[in-house]
Design a protein around this ligand. Structure first.
Ligand code: HEC
Length: 121
């Protein structure tokens, strides 16, 4: 009788274990690079949405009012759009990833804002 219980438990552990292993449902999203054309970056409609998100989500770490040292002040003139997109998408050390929060279009819009002349932290 006890033997069946033990075997049952082992089967259960194996089934649960298989479900938790990487490659199943919870696989993290792959990074897919996108292309930024000058036309896209220059379109005010694109960076308007990005500006909204910037002030909602980013300024409390990157903004000029953020606690000093919380996050670096962004220097867009030193960045390429693809770099900013990658940091926003996948994060880096203490910089959070946003690919679970914002879709590709929204993340591109944030890049358009950060890279625009209107950008102000
Ligand atoms: C919880 C605080 C926090 C939030 C919120 C945050 N960041 Fe960051 N971010 C950081 C930190 C810390 C770094 C520096 C990571 C490192 O290089 O060690 C960073 C780095 C970056 C970089 C790269 C800067 C460089 O010079 O290497 C970019 C671009 C960036 N963040 C953009 C954003 C955007 C856009 C948002 C809003 C969607 C955002 N961050 C929200 C903390 C934050």
């Amino acid at each position: 009788m006890y033997r069946y219980v033990i075997v049952g438990c082992l089967v259960l552990v194996m089934v649960l274990g298989a479900n938790l292993s990487p490659g199943s449902a919870e696989e993290t999203k792959k990074f897919v690079p996108v292309e930024f054309t000058d036309a896209y970056l220059a379109d005010p409609a694109n960076f308007a949405k990005g500006k909204e998100i910037w002030f909602e989500q980013c300024t409390h770490c990157h903004g000029y009012k953020a606690y000093p040292g919380k996050a670096p002040k962004l220097k867009p003139r030193r960045y390429k759009p693809a770099f900013v997109y990658k940091r926003i998408t996948k994060g880096f050390k203490k910089m959070p990833a946003w690919d679970e929060v914002y879709d590709e279009e929204e993340r591109m819009a944030i890049v358009a804002y950060v890279m625009s002349k209107k950008f102000s932290p």
